[in-house]
Design a protein around this ligand. Sequence first.
Ligand code: DHB
Ligand code: MG
Length: 222
Amino acid sequence: MSHELWAEVDRYIVDLIVKPDDALEVTRQASALAGLPAIEVSPAQGQLLGVLARACGARRILEVGTLGGYSTTWLARALAPGGRMITIEAKAAHAAVARENIARAGLADRVEVREGRGAEVLARMAADGDGPFDLIFIDADKPGYVEYFEWALKLARVGTLIIADNVVRRGAVIDEENEDENVQAARRFNERLGAEPRVVATVIQTVGSKGHDGLALAVVTG
Ligand code: DHB
Ligand code: MG
């Protein structure tokens, strides 16, 4: 199937079912205008995050990799009443754009953008006894994924849903010789996930407006 057909079917799904509102579109546009890379999740994927958060009844959500706050908005809107979300962003410029987008979307009372390198912020959170979180979404620099996953397990409880974006990379993950560091990082993450006895996990391949990639889904069982 062609990339064009995936994108067309994605549009069909989004127009008919997902129906992102103006606030989400403004967030996407403001991020692009500010020069952020257009690597946020697609609308259908954002809605998937929201569906999963609602299915978990999530009251505490953690995101690693805020970018402009697009996935943050989908997740924060899905918080149970009184719920709160922390999102971690390493780049100050991205965090500033995200804070504006989150405030404009009316979510500033529920979402805290923590600026800093993922591993450092996560280590501090674990030391401070933050958590447990009900849902943790990892969508940051790929070489950091294994470390973010280790911290995610420490900040989880039995039943926590851990989700990681970009673990298929157009199918390149099956090529052990691939020299792209992001592909190698996704391979290391997938191997780590497969070897972890405290989760039940799968990867769903995704196609659509963002091409071919995949989301890892893991529920903590022990
Ligand atoms: C990249 C990162 C992402 O989070 C994504 O969704 C797509 C691509 C990247 O760094 O290439
Ligand atoms: Mg991503």
